[in-house]
Design a protein around this ligand. Sequence first.
Ligand code: 5GP
Length: 113
Amino acid sequence: MPTIFKRIIDREIPADIVYEDELCLALRDIAPQAPTHVLVIPKKEIASIDALADEDAALVGRLWTVIRDLARQLGVAETGYRVVVNNGLDGGQTVDHLHFHLLAGRPMRWPPG
Ligand code: 5GP
């Protein structure tokens, strides 16, 4: 059973896609938790951080530079932002396809809930 993100990658269901390249996709979260809430996902089906293979290291590095560039393009790099990756049950992960939350547009609190 493909995840919701795999179905978005395959264009089976619509999404507000703000960036795409051969390795990844960035889309606006359907239930935004901040004025800017974008999900950056690899096209490769990786369930979570815990499911990463050693050979995925370069891909993950690339995702971080995409996040850096997206934050600039979305105009939030100067004011700041938070990047969150939930892993597993206690981490609050609900979709089993690796994704980075890029959250911005309001001050973030610490500790996170
Ligand atoms: P997680 O809880 O796994 O860290 O994050 C999953 C995120 O995916 C949630 O923030 C949720 O709002 C978002 N999400 C779930 N289904 C969809 C969808 O169909 N479209 C979009 N754009 N986001 C979704």
